[in-house]
Design a protein around this ligand. Sequence first.
Ligand SMILES: Cc1cc2nc3c(=O)[nH]c(=O)nc-3n(C[C@H](O)[C@H](O)[C@H](O)COP(=O)(O)OP(=O)(O)OC[C@H]3O[C@@H](n4cnc5c(N)ncnc54)[C@H](O)[C@@H]3O)c2cc1C
Length: 410
Amino acid sequence: MNFEIPADTRDIADGLISFIDRFVVPLENAHSDLLATERTRTDERGILVPAVRDLQRTVRKASADAGFYTLFGDPSLGGGGLGEGALAHIQERLNHTYGPPRTLIHEVVIPSVFTNGATPLLLELQPHLRDRHIAAIVSGESTLCFGLSEAGAGSDPQRMRTTAVKDGDEWVINGSKQWITNAAYADFCILFAITDPEAARARRGGITAFFVDTRSEGFECTGIIPLLGQAGSNVGIVSIDELRVPDDHIIGTPNRGLTLALLGISKGRLSMSGMCVGLAQWALDLSLDYAQQRETFDVPIAQHQMIQAKLAEMAIDIYAAKSAVARTAWMVESGQPTRKETSIVKALTTEMLGRVTDSAIQIHGAMGLTNELRIEEAWRLARIVRIPDGTAEIQRRAIALQLLRGDAAL
Ligand SMILES: Cc1cc2nc3c(=O)[nH]c(=O)nc-3n(C[C@H](O)[C@H](O)[C@H](O)COP(=O)(O)OP(=O)(O)OC[C@H]3O[C@@H](n4cnc5c(N)ncnc54)[C@H](O)[C@@H]3O)c2cc1C
């Protein structure tokens, strides 16, 4: 394989950075008081205030107009159709340049492949719904959420309790969802419910995906869940009470919802992996600068061997992760099976980011703990990303199952 990033991918990444610098950063500066802290950005429930949401919509639409918002969407959905290699590289550049998530940048300029933009699941939407809604989704006017997990069903979604019962040409859905990214803001939800309880109990399908307008009666985001000391977060709880959904709002094949949920999983994992590699490089850059400026015992701390070892270990970790991401992206794009490899890079990169950001804090001493430098934000994010999109243990389970099935080549 060729490790060189193609010139057109580099050009797109350069164009994206230039768009953010020219359009989004000035917007951040103009609204710095509003965006300054969680206290100014969110209300008493931890939900973003309308003025911030308006700014996000402005950025989404500008990004869509400039051609960045849907770079990774399928061309038949109006997306740019870029593959996994470009996705990993562009996420790496974005996070290396701007550090931990900023309210108007990261998932706003380029939506999460799974949760709020032109997800590949929409390929299975009925044609009349595609015609009606896709334009708003790809223009950044409307966003989505992905409603699979529940309080009692995360790694094992088959344990979900939300049910859909057929009534004429509609389905009546009852239950609840938890940990749903973007639930408080989404216009549409891809909602999963049990439609064949016997098949679900026997773990032979029985779960169906529905396309739901979040303004429908019976669908309500009842709150968001504060995470890791924050006042808010982007994950919400959804209550579903006698929600009526037309039969033609089923996405894909009835009772095959979990198979559908796996569509685009490699894009989701490589996107997260590229993000981790970029953020780790951002933390290493800060650490290199600081280690050469900060003096103790009459020399820069970079001259102490224990600090040098930390810097070197950060580089070893990042280099290994970056190489694994590039190889896996290449395997996906060349049509090779990558079941264990996408699990390997998800586990490897998220855990690598934890080690690298921890070292970055240590190298900065007390300064590393301050909100001002934002390394602690990267460290908290590193802790979070080991849970969603398959926990560290579920990735290891998937890797081991593949190895034991005979897929042991590395
Ligand atoms: C920030 C964030 C965003 C999220 N966004 C979404 C979203 O948009 N949509 C959505 O549907 N869900 C979302 N989730 C939910 C996420 O998918 C689940 O949290 C995740 O699948 C784990 O489920 P759980 O939390 O219920 O843990 P559990 O499944 O209860 O697991 C508890 C522990 O047991 C371990 N474990 C479970 N099974 C095994 C096993 N077989 N072998 C070994 N160990 C095992 C787990 O790894 C974990 O350590 C999000 C979660 C977070 C934190």
